[in-house]
Design a protein around this ligand. Structure first.
Ligand code: 8ID
Ligand code: ZN
Length: 337
């Protein structure tokens, strides 16, 4: 099978011919039809984070396709069923986190396209208990970005506790951010969006943001305090320490800052202001199978739709180069068909 492989951090990916993986008892084999390209894939290929991925690696954790083989212990799926393979490849199912329905915090978790080969390939192995079905009526290409960008955005908004009618700032209108705007609007929040460039800000407006701020022209936190007296919540998806610092300063008293983006640098948090202003800081990592099911339903109901450009696997190095420059509007989805 054809797959995009990274062998050394910061090198280019190579398209290789790999053997189709063997199915063990709890696995399913998925013939991948589409896979979104997440900024996390670029972090993985650069070795940006303290926990490193396996090498060589087939990245990709927004793969969707059809089940073509099923392990002996998986009984709830059929051949031909349409499923997606999320970042959470598997968890132990037995620890306190798993038992509380917080499987994305499981210490035994494995991650598709990071600790296990992912979906930048014609076929991908998945754990039968952790794939999630794609609702009828949602195409493979439209469904793919929801398996990470969609569910991560949706979950971050859920944990923010921001209520309908309150202000939510979405910082970074990239793959995650352009979906976060749509989920926030669908959840009844009023949105202010922050990124740079006419194209991304026009998209944010079209997707329902009431105010759009160009961070190269204005200081977002000052503008947000002028306009709104601060926001009730902010979800920062930007890959930049400066964006996190600005996000922190944008929150009104008693508000919530949800940290989602994963720039390699750290930020420092002022203790005095956090205490006196009663600020809540929440880290949010992808979403559970239940979150995924909910987030896919928004799309199946026509309330959310990723803005997508379709490319082929052969173009992955150019896609990464554009992503590094912040030149992608919406999400790139690789079609394997
Ligand atoms: O579970 C999680 N927490 C999770 C899941 C998926 C992805 C976290 N992530 C992380 C990725 O690893 C990455 O670090 O979220 C980050 C964003 O992923 P993405 O949406 O896939 O990246 P993108 O499409 O490149 O969008 C990033 C946007 O940030 C903007 C860029 O212009 C781009 O549109 N941005 C930057 I860079 N600096 C900014 C700033 N100072 C900014 N926007 C506003 N202010
Ligand atoms: Zn991702």
């Amino acid at each position: 099978m054809k797959a995009a492989v990274i062998s050394k951090f910061k090198d280019k990916l190579e398209i290789k011919d790999l053997p189709i993986p063997e199915v063990a008892a709890k696995d399913v084999l998925v013939k991948v039809h589409a896979c979104g390209v997440c900024h996390t894939d670029l972090h993985a290929c650069n070795g940006d984070w303290p926990v490193k991925p396996k090498l060589p690696l087939v990245p990709g954790h927004e793969g969707v396709g059809e089940v073509v083989a099923i392990g002996a212990e998986i009984h709830h799926l059929k051949i031909g069923e349409r499923v997606g393979i999320p970042w959470l490849y598997s968890a132990c199912g037995q620890c306190d986190y798993c038992l509380e329905g917080k499987e994305t915090l499981c210490l035994e978790q494995r991650n598709s396209g990071y600790s296990i080969d992912g979906s930048f390939a014609e076929y991908c192995l998945a754990h039968g208990e952790y794939v999630v079905k794609v609702p009828d009526g949602l195409s493979y290409v439209d469904a793919a970005p929801l398996f990470c960008a969609g569910v991560t955005s949706y979950k971050a908004l859920k944990v923010s506790g921001v209520k309908p009618g309150q202000w939510m700032a979405i910082v970074g209108v990239g793959g995650l951010g352009h979906l976060a705007i749509q989920y926030a609007v669908a959840m009844g929040m009023k949105v202010v969006a922050i990124d740079t460039g006419a194209e991304k800000l026009a998209l944010a407006k079209k997707l329902g943001a009431i105010h759009c701020i160009d961070f190269m022209q204005d200081k977002p936190s000052e503008r947000i305090h002028e306009l709104l007296g601060g926001v009730h919540g902010v979800v920062c998806t930007a890959v930049s320490k400066a964006a996190f610092e600005e996000s922190y300063r944008s929150v009104r008293r008693g508000g919530t800052f949800v940290l989602v983006g994963l720039p390699p640098e750290d930020m420092s948090v002022p203790i005095f202001d956090t205490v006196l202003n009663g600020i809540k800081l929440i880290g949010s990592i992808v979403g559970t199978r239940k979150d995924l099911k909910e987030c896919l339903q928004f799309a199946a109901d026509g309330k959310v739709k990723a803005i997508i450009e379709v490319k082929s696997m052969n173009e992955i190095n150019e896609v990464f180069a554009d992503m590094k420059q912040g030149e992608i509007t919406g999400r790139i989805v690789m079609s394997m068909d």
